[in-house]
Write a protein that binds this ligand. Structure first.
Ligand SMILES: Nc1ncnc2c1ncn2[C@@H]1O[C@H](COP(=O)(O)OP(=O)(O)OP(=O)(O)O)[C@@H](O)[C@H]1O
Ligand SMILES: [Mg+2]
Length: 776
């Protein structure tokens, strides 16, 4: 080769051949450059590229250099990654190999490169993704095959959706003495058919079956999260074709699954290759649904803040997929739901639109694309293994990406419920199922720990797969490492909120939005733990009752005939009914204990009044009628939170008081306007509007009429002489307003105080009296 051509070859060494050919045939290229390029293509084709060579069926060891050349020539990558080369060399030497690489690690290359080294066939068995029906599996296989064809690599796939003519053409090629096809993609179902097995046997007899690659090999293991019974049929391949190497590939990191895969496929002294599971380009984050005002809105905000990027949102149930997709669409995000409940045509079109970037976001139960930038889990996944696989669909092209998990206590309960119930159903029939259900619950615990622990998320993922790494590996690419204090504060809030919910039976707690505020701003005030503790007898196991509901469903005659999804729907409904009934019962039981007496409300109003009085701006603003505002705000709190119980009502009052002491007059007016829809017959004016601001008229519910306001706040001049009505002898003395951290500390102090009080029985009567005074 001439020096100038050599130079050009070096500079184009990482340019794939199909691109080179394109450059060489481009008529806009300068003639002498085109000539040089054409000469280069001819030279390179003459060079010892094994795709063109006729090295025959005998085992042939190809050097690293030649393999790298193939990689550059066909794929444009400069060198092998991780364990790729070792895997390729192993199978080329005829050895079985078990290759464990993370998602996006480049597993496909381990069988695609061997397919280029000599004539004959590499059989690729793949399931791609679970939940994908026959038509979609075909669509995805077609997608992979056409990507290979674009690179001028002869590849085909066989599926039930192809026409007889297409299939026959492929079979004809396979039966010819010198098949052109190098990579043949098939499904495990096809391999199991006797017709296909006999065709393979013939190919093998002619020495043309070079390698059997089992991609997503974890599907063969019943311990794996994606177990597919059809994979079991692959176990016979090894004995049928004793001299053909088998390459098992998976991104599943669980040691038990690895062992199971090797045994199930009967791999013979395989070379076991394991790469690190770390995905440095993924930023891991958990958002706490229970601390968000509106998790749906938060997802919208998240997606919008990431720009027009490709994203997947995983949901547990189809209804949730549909719901979320609708919310996102309404918020202007190009989005579609994708799940097993859609018909094949629908799913194909959703998938096509998503793959071709017509749709930005897909809300799914299982799907794949390379340039996914964000993967959200809107419900907690059932195992770390599943989470790792799904979150790993982000950034398969190695570019920076995000995994955001929305964790909700309700979701956790629902999943535990499902897993426990699965155990119940299978309890009676088989001890194997029993074991696997116990494992499911154990696996799920890891996921809960991922969300609730304050340690590095990356470290936890890797350690759950037995990979010990220093925390420094993360390099602040998870929320805990990047914002340790903030996450710690979320977790504290979550703990408190969960405890509160357990005690009060309230269905949900919304606090300030987790995404936009800093830790200080998010603090919420909770107090009167002593008081709440009185409801502790209600801390009965909700699970046990849920299990009873599950048992009823499980024992119903019809349940045996139902499909899993139907069963889950049924169980979900049963569970929802159960919780509804339970919370209704609790409401009734708690009514007396949690009733908010008038005296407490009066004290609350006084607190609001004092807060406004501290705010000079508010006092001097002629538009604001302070008394009426106080009554209105207290009434709002009472209406909204009174039903949840005393503590929550008081907490909200404290929060309102704090806000009142610092807010501006306009903010108050806005709050009053926004928190109550105007309805002519229901409202009277609170704000005494100046002539120039008549549009600031703020409504007040008719129930809280002027008359009542004056009754309660004092008809003379309640601001100037509040003591007359609000500091009457019957008004309780409210505890001080605590910040969140003060609340936590005071809780501990109260506990100490409580134990001290037990010791000092003589003081008890006094303390009880004080408590009664406070909470009557
Ligand atoms: N040696 C390499 N150098 C650079 N990029 C590579 C190399 N090998 C593979 N890739 C690229 O990495 C990406 C992921 O490859 P591939 O689809 O084979 O991953 P995978 O391990 O099969 O992932 P998954 O588990 O998600 O199926 C592809 O875009 C591929 O072109
Ligand atoms: Mg793959």
């Amino acid at each position: 080769m001439k020096p100038v051509a050599l130079k050009l070859q070096l500079s184009l060494s990482s340019c794939p051949d199909y691109k080179l050919q394109h450059l060489a045939s481009n008529s806009r290229q300068k003639p002498h450059v085109r000539l040089l390029l054409q000469a280069l293509v001819v030279e390179m084709k003459k060079s010892a590229l094994p795709l063109q060579s006729n090295c025959g069926p005998q085992k042939h060891v190809i050097g690293k250099e030649a393999l790298v050349k193939l990689l550059r020539w066909h794929f444009g990558h400069s060198d092998f990654r991780g364990k790729q080369l070792e895997a390729i060399e192993a199978v080329l030497s005829g050895r079985d190999c078990f290759c464990l690489m993370p998602t996006g690690g480049g597993k496909s290359m381990c069988y695609q490169i061997p397919a280029l080294t000599k004539p004959g066939i590499v059989l690729v068995d793949t399931s791609l993704t679970p939940f994908i029906g026959c038509h979609l599996l075909s669509a995805l296989m077609e997608n992979q095959v056409s990507a290979l064809k674009e690179k001028r690599i002869p590849a085909e796939f066989l599926s039930s959706t192809q026409t007889v003519q297409v299939k026959n053409k492929i079979y004809e090629d396979l039966e010819s003495g010198k098949p052109a096809v190098r990579l043949l993609y098939v499904t495990p179902e096809l391999i199991a058919t006797s017709g296909f097995m006999s065709k393979l046997t013939k190919i093998r007899a002619r020495g043309l079956l070079n390698l059997i690659a089992i991609d997503e090999a974890h599907c063969i293991s019943s311990w794996g999260h994606d177990f597919r019974p059809s994979y079991r049929k692959l176990s016979s391949l090894r004995s049928h074709f004793p001299n053909v190497p088998v390459l098992a590939l998976t991104a599943t990191a669980v040691p038990k699954v690895q062992k199971d895969v090797i045994e199930s496929l009967n791999l013979q002294s395989p070379l076991v290759l394991k790469s690190s599971f770390n995905r440095p380009n993924i930023y891991y984050e958990v958002r706490y649904k229970d601390l968000l005002d509106d998790p749906y809105a938060d997802v919208c905000k998240l997606l919008k803040s990431c720009g027009n990027v490709c994203a997947i949102i995983y949901c547990l149930e189809r209804t949730m997929c549909d719901d979320l997709a609708m919310h996102l669409t309404n918020s202007g995000i190009s989005c579609a739901a994708y799940h097993a409940g859609l018909n094949n045509k629908m799913r194909s079109s959703v998938l096509d639109d998503w793959i071709s970037s017509k749709t930005q976001v897909v809300v799914a139960t299982g799907i794949d694309r390379k340039d996914v930038r964000v993967v959200c889990h809107f419900n907690i996944p059932k195992s770390m293994e599943g989470f790792y696989q799904e979150s790993g669909r982000a950034g398969r092209d190695q570019l920076p990406s995000r995994s955001v998990l929305y964790y909700g206590v309700d979701d956790r309960r629902r999943m535990e419920f499902i897993l426990r119930n699965t155990k119940r159903n299978k309890d009676e029939s088989s001890s194997l199922h029993d074991k696997s259900s116990k494992k499911s619950l154990d696996d799920f615990k890891q996921m809960v720990e991922y969300c609730e622990r304050s340690g590095c998320r990356r470290k936890l993922i890797l350690e759950s797969f037995g990979e010990m790494v220093p925390a420094s590996l993360c390099e602040k690419s998870c929320d805990v490492c990047k914002h340790p204090n903030l996450v710690a504060s979320y977790l504290e809030q979550l703990k408190t909120a969960t405890a509160f919910r357990q005690r009060t039976g309230s269905s949900r707690i919304y606090m300030t939005s987790g995404s936009s505020l800093n830790a200080e701003e998010q603090l919420s005030e909770f107090w009167n733990r002593d008081d709440e503790a009185s409801g502790s007898e209600e801390d009965i196991s909700e699970f046990d009752d849920a299990l009873d509901a599950a048992k009823n469903v499980a024992s119903s005659k019809t349940s045996a005939k139902l499909r899993l999804q139907d069963k889950m729907d049924l169980l979900q409904r049963a569970e929802e009914n159960y919780y509804q009934n339970k919370s209704r019962d609790k409401q009734v039981d708690k009514l007396d204990k949690n009733a908010i007496p008038e005296t407490l409300r009066e004290a609350g109003k006084q607190r609001l009044l004092n807060a406004i009085k501290q705010n000079q701006q508010m006092v001097s603003d002629s538009r604001i009628d302070i008394d009426k505002s106080v009554v209105f705000l207290e009434n709002e709190c009472y209406k909204k939170y009174g039903k949840s119980g005393k503590s929550f009502y008081l907490s909200q009052m404290a929060s309102t008081a704090r806000w009142l002491s610092t807010a501006g007059p306009m903010e108050l007016v806005n709050k009053l306007s926004s928190s109550n829809p105007a309805s002519p017959e229901n409202v009277t004016s609170i704000a005494n509007c100046t002539p120039g601001s008549s549009n600031l008229s703020v409504p007040l519910p008719a129930k809280v009429s002027d008359e009542k306001v004056h009754d309660k706040v004092g008809s003379q001049n309640p601001i100037r002489s509040p003591a007359s009505s609000l500091h009457g002898s019957a008004s309780p003395k409210l505890p001080p307003i605590l910040s969140f951290s003060q609340f936590i500390n005071s809780g501990k102090a109260k506990e100490n105080l409580a134990s001290a009080s037990k010791r000092q029985s003589s003081d008890r009567g006094e303390k009880n009296l004080e408590k009664r005074m406070r909470f009557q």
